[in-house]
Ligand binder design. Structure first.
Ligand SMILES: *[C@@H]1O[C@H](CO)[C@@H](O)[C@H](O)[C@H]1NC(C)=O
Ligand SMILES: *[C@@H]1O[C@H](CO)[C@@H](O)[C@H](O)[C@H]1NC(C)=O
Ligand SMILES: *[C@@H]1O[C@H](CO)[C@@H](O)[C@H](O)[C@H]1NC(C)=O
Ligand SMILES: *[C@@H]1O[C@H](CO)[C@@H](O)[C@H](O)[C@H]1NC(C)=O
Ligand SMILES: *[C@@H]1O[C@H](CO)[C@@H](O)[C@H](O)[C@H]1NC(C)=O
Ligand SMILES: *[C@@H]1O[C@H](CO)[C@@H](O)[C@H](O)[C@H]1NC(C)=O
Ligand SMILES: *[C@@H]1O[C@H](CO)[C@@H](O)[C@H](O)[C@H]1NC(C)=O
Ligand SMILES: *[C@@H]1O[C@H](CO)[C@@H](O)[C@H](O)[C@H]1NC(C)=O
Length: 420
């Protein structure tokens, strides 16, 4: 028998089993980021990076992670952003800022894990001061979980984050579950931004002031389910096609979500003059309470805060195909001309729809010859005043059965709308 040299044997054992744990150090009254950044290259593979319970960490400058392989980041202590707005604005406005306060830059098998202890594991963004000051300039986006293959985001808890959170652009095979975002009275705080492929988002709880979920260009095979959204702008695809962008979004399933007091429930938006295609998108089993626009599709999106709708000369637009809205039930929040939602800074508001009565359960604002198979089925809605539920739809833009009589008038289900 020939024995392997001893040093090879040890190298093998160490390589296979060496797992390191780095406990992030904390020094009271100072920024804990530099010590973390110094240690990260040593713990960028086969490691746990632990923010330990019992400590409130000061993350006063941004954290940019190197490429990570087999790394778990556990947040069992609390984390605080700077409380001072100008300090953050200066950092976010500088050319070296990576785009997010916690930026991932790539890697494989990365877990971002919070705590299930209700008192600990909170990342405090101190957003209230920003909202009170209506401060929108150089806001820090939160967690950019970018370019990760095989990632997990679980048990994370964000307290009053200032801007957008959990963006997964360029990532694949992501499971995000049991996360909480609490941004009561916020404006423009986005929940999940799904930007890659093969992702499952479930059992998340989002209270915010912008999209609960937004699915961006390039997203494929996105499944979002069993979640709660309150106060924000809904379950959105887009915006797509800005500045003529060629979009590609496919295979999105959003199901079993309770939309409470949100501006929209299901929403699609693409800019006038875009290109490309969004196809095979289903919103299913959506309950809503006090939602002004339960189902809203526009292929004519523009920034109403900037001025009137541009007269597009483009013959192109983002095409949409196989959009199904199925099993919606709830109460429409009727609005009048005085209706103001937190993000409204212009008059009329950016979400104002000319001609709308405030009782529409579905608004299809489509671009001619670019929408195929858009169907709303099994829709059960009431208004607070018990006045008839209405729709907006124009047969000039879509000639197939959309599940209800396509006109600006009462909601009258048609054959496609009552088939289950
Ligand atoms: C990490 O662990 C795996 C086995 O789990 C091993 O194959 C790999 O070489 C290790 N990577 C480093 C950088 O030690
Ligand atoms: C992936 O990372 C986890 C820690 O988050 C670790 O337990 C597991 O062994 C890693 N998987 C592989 C295949 O190395
Ligand atoms: C952790 O942060 C949360 C949110 O700010 C706070 O409610 C909680 O009291 C903090 N926990 C401790 C132990 O300080
Ligand atoms: C549509 O998307 C769903 C996921 O939501 C997927 O299971 C199905 O295979 C897709 N269908 C087609 C025709 O691409
Ligand atoms: C809906 O949200 C409101 C606050 O916007 C809250 O008071 C109420 O408890 C929520 N209802 C349900 C059923 O979750
Ligand atoms: C678009 O065209 C209409 C009619 O010609 C005109 O009244 C409107 O001002 C134009 N809008 C813009 C943004 O140019
Ligand atoms: C319109 O779409 C075609 C085909 O995708 C493309 O070649 C052309 O550049 C687009 N035009 C504009 C103005 O976007
Ligand atoms: C439908 O769209 C056509 C073409 O844009 C427009 O002329 C017509 O006024 C629209 N009808 C309604 C009821 O809005």
């Amino acid at each position: 028998m020939v024995r392997a040299p001893t040093y090879l044997f040890f190298a093998h054992v160490l390589g296979a089993s060496a797992w390191s744990t780095f406990v992030v150090p904390h020094t009271a009254g100072t920024d804990d980021t530099p010590a973390l950044l110094t240690a990260l290259p040593t713990y960028s593979s086969n490691s746990t990076i632990l923010f330990e319970k019992g400590v409130t960490y000061n993350i006063l400058t941004p954290v940019k992670f190197p490429t990570l392989n087999n790394v778990e980041i556990r947040i069992e202590g609390n984390i605080t952003y700077p409380t001072d707005i100008p300090t953050i604005q200066a950092i976010v406005g500088s050319s070296s800022f990576s785009g997010a306060w916690f930026a991932f830059t790539g890697g494989n098998n990365v877990t971002l894990r919070g705590s299930t202890d209700p008192k600990w594991g909170w990342v405090d963004g101190h957003g209230q001061a920003w909202w009170d000051a209506q401060q929108q300039i150089n806001r820090p986006h939160g967690w950019a979980f970018s370019k990760i293959s095989n990632g997990v985001i679980r048990d994370m808890k964000l307290w009053k984050p200032v801007a957008w959170n959990f963006a997964t652009s360029g990532s694949s095979n992501i499971h995000a579950f049991n996360n909480k975002i609490i941004a009561v009275s916020a404006t423009d705080v986005r929940g999940f931004s799904a930007g890659g492929s093969n992702m499952l988002f479930e059992n998340n709880h989002v209270v915010n002031g912008d999209d609960c979920l937004t699915v961006g260009n390039g997203a494929k095979n996105i499944h979002f389910r069993n979640s709660y959204c309150e106060g924000g702008h809904g379950l959105s695809i887009g915006s797509l096609g800005k500045g003529g962008q060629v979009s590609d979004v496919q295979n999105v399933l959003i199901e079993n979500v309770f939309m409470n007091n949100t501006l929209y429930a299901a929403r699609f938006k693409s800019w006038t003059g875009g290109n490309g295609l969004a196809r095979n998108i289903t919103w299913k089993n959506i309950d809503f309470l006090d939602v002004p626009f339960p189902i809203y599709v526009t292929q004519n999106y523009w920034d109403q805060g900037i001025g009137p709708r541009p007269n597009s000369t483009s013959t192109n637009n983002t095409h949409i195909q196989d959009f199904i809205f199925q099993n919606f039930a709830g109460v429409i929040k009727e609005y009048d001309t005085n209706y103001v939602e937190g993000s409204c800074v212009t008059d009329p508001c950016w979400y104002f729809v000319p001609g709308a009565t405030g009782k529409e359960v579905v608004i299809l604002d489509l671009y001619p010859d670019t929408a195929v198979n858009v169907v709303a089925k099994n829709i059960l809605a009431t208004t607070r005043t018990k006045s008839p539920v209405t729709v907006m739809c124009n047969t000039t833009a879509i000639s197939t059965d959309v599940g209800f009589k396509c006109w600006n008038g009462r909601f009258i289900p048609t054959r496609a709308g009552i088939q289950l």
